[in-house]
Design a protein around this ligand. Sequence first.
Ligand code: 0WD
Length: 256
Amino acid sequence: SSLLEGKNIVVMGVANERSIAWGITKSLHNAGANLIFTYRQERSYQKLVRLLEKNNITPKLTVSCDVESDESIKVAFKEIEDKVNVIHGLVHSVAFAKREELQGEYADTSRDGFLLAQNISAYSLVAVTKQAKALMTEGGSIVTQTYIGSEQVIPNYNVMGVAKASLEASVRYLAEDMGKYGIRVNAISAGPIRTLSAKGVSGFNEKTSIIEEKAPLRRNVDQDQVGDATLFLVSELARGITGEVLHVDSGYHIIG
Ligand code: 0WD
């Protein structure tokens, strides 16, 4: 399809082949988008370059961006502005919490662990939206990735569940702010998917077997399903949708 022909889309958060952002990359590429990637670690950059080569995807640009730093975000978007000028979409697929705070009791969360999770997993969307807005002069669509741990108590998800609640509230406030500029802001709430980040949360296997047992579709979701749903939200097909959290979880969230 050519849903995104001629559109410049920024993708943040490809760490490796298992990353949700990699599933998203394939969907956006197949829809004809020009892709701009941001990465944090050198290791991820190396992996990304190899993955892109292997899949015959030529990136429009690849820039370093650590969302914990305003300076790094500023420099990254300045480079995007200089080399690409107008962007039409941004995919935010980054989160972080200390491993020791993704187990045991939420009540034991430290102040700095709480703030770190909020900083990288929630505030970062606010910071990048502000920068992206300046380059979305033809309107645009911003999509972030959340998880049901924001709505319900999911064992061990703890500090990240609270950060995702903050992320989802940010999606709504940002949607209101950005709407007048023709920019939509939405989230996808994916079911559990085995990735590098997911390994940091204790009891992951349990989560996927509960989906197979209880979700209406009786199977887990994968990166490609999240990729296609993200493509929908980025594209004009979703032009009437903003401030929404779209569950891509085999229907698990409707089951009591
Ligand atoms: O089950 C899952 N895996 C689910 C994940 C279910 C529902 C939602 N999600 C969310 C995650 O919470 C996250 O927001 O999806 C998003 C992507 O997560 P992922 O694909 O599971 O994880 P991973 O492959 O580890 O990618 C996360 C990226 C990594 O990229 P780099 O290049 O840094 O290795 O987020 C990155 C993380 O390191 N990240 C950062 N990127 C920029 N600046 C930062 C940072 N400060 N911290 C972490």
